[in-house]
Ligand binder design. Structure first.
Ligand code: CP
Ligand code: NVA
Length: 307
């Protein structure tokens, strides 16, 4: 047994993803029954966040606490990483002390480098390329509301961004159809499009993507790092707002999801995100349960390599 990292949904098999989702649903029930595991007793998780976060940070810290462990949160100014200590050195040092590393950053290669040198599991808490933890929660949420996602039609509307990339990987791992509507210059990554070609359909027309979909998903048009382009992007993405009109072409019982933070009046109307089809609060809560299931899976399927 070696170390299992989670940098992408492709780091797990389809079976393993399914297992983690059902365990997340079980852990949610266990929490409701106030049953706690001591999986991380006397152990630490280090959370390195080079970008802002509300849900990811709080769900990881809470999950680790519920496993009787301790979280150490490091913002760039808190550690020597922010002053240029190499990631490889940081990874080796943290692995001598902690049992788990969660990292949120911009360039995906930084997380890859951390995983290359860490001898404990590394979890991607979001990079500019993908956001796989979000997808575990999203699939859990769909499963709880509608059952198996296999063979269903899902519509992604807006920017072909990091969250969209993880939806694409979810589509190929779990075999559903992902219809992606983006402006021409904001399509997802070319290589990923090729890799996922059996499960995705690209269009520029949100209505074509949303037609009869069981689920409509969107995200902010100006993710972290795009703040300065906010005004220009509002113009580019005009016409990609998930509003009541767009939801009306989806299936009658279609769900709406958004990873949050959301900007009402831009990528989604208040009527949709705060309406009856929206499952965003379950989706946000499930970050906790899905990540606990992920931590449990990674810790029980990894063996610390000798130093
Ligand atoms: N959805 C999500 O990852 O939220 P945060 O940026 O608040 O962690
Ligand atoms: N696409 C957004 C997701 C935030 C959770 C971003 O990268 O900022």
């Amino acid at each position: 047994m070696s170390i299992r990292h989670f940098l992408s949904l492709m780091d797990l098999t389809t079976e393993e993803i399914r297992l983690i989702i059902s365990r997340a649903i079980e852990l949610k029930a266990e929490l409701q029954a106030q049953t706690f595991s001591t999986l991380m007793h006397n152990q630490s998780a280090v959370l390195i966040f080079e970008k802002s976060s509300t849900r990811t940070r709080v769900s990881f810290e809470t999950g680790v606490t519920q496993f009787s462990g301790n979280s150490i949160f490091l913002a760039p100014s808190d550690s020597h990483l922010g002053r240029g200590e190499p990631i490889a050195d940081t990874a080796r040092v943290l692995s001598r002390m902690a049992s788990l590393i969660v990292m949120r950053t911009g360039p995906h290669e930084r997380i890859e480098k951390m995983a290359q040198y860490a001898t404990v599991p590394v979890i991607n808490g979001l990079s500019d390329f993908n956001h796989p933890c979000q997808l575990l929660a999203d699939i859990q949420t769909f499963t709880e509301h509608r059952g198996d996602i296999r063979g269903r039609k899902v519509a992604w509307i807006g920017d072909g961004n990091n969250v969209c990339h993880s939806w694409m990987n979810a589509a190929r791992q779990l075999d559903f159809e992902l219809h992606i509507a983006t402006p021409k210059d904001h399509r997802p990554d070319q290589n990923l499009i090729k890799d996922c070609s059996n499960n995705i359909v690209l269009t520029e027309d949100p209505k074509v993507a949303a037609k009869d979909a069981a689920l409509v998903v969107t995200d902010t048009w100006s993710g972290m790092g795009h703040e300065k382009e906010k005004e220009a992007r509002e113009k580019i993405f005009e016409g990609y707002c998930v509003d009541e009109n767009l939801m009306s072409v989806a299936a009658k019982d279609a769900l709406f999801m958004h990873c949050l933070p959301a900007y009402r009046g831009s990528e989604v109307t208040a009527g949709v995100i705060d309406g009856a089809q929206s499952v965003i609060w379950d989706e946000a809560e499930n970050r906790l349960h899905a990540q606990k299931a992920l931590i449990e899976f990674l810790l029980t399927n990894s063996q610390k390599t000798p130093q």
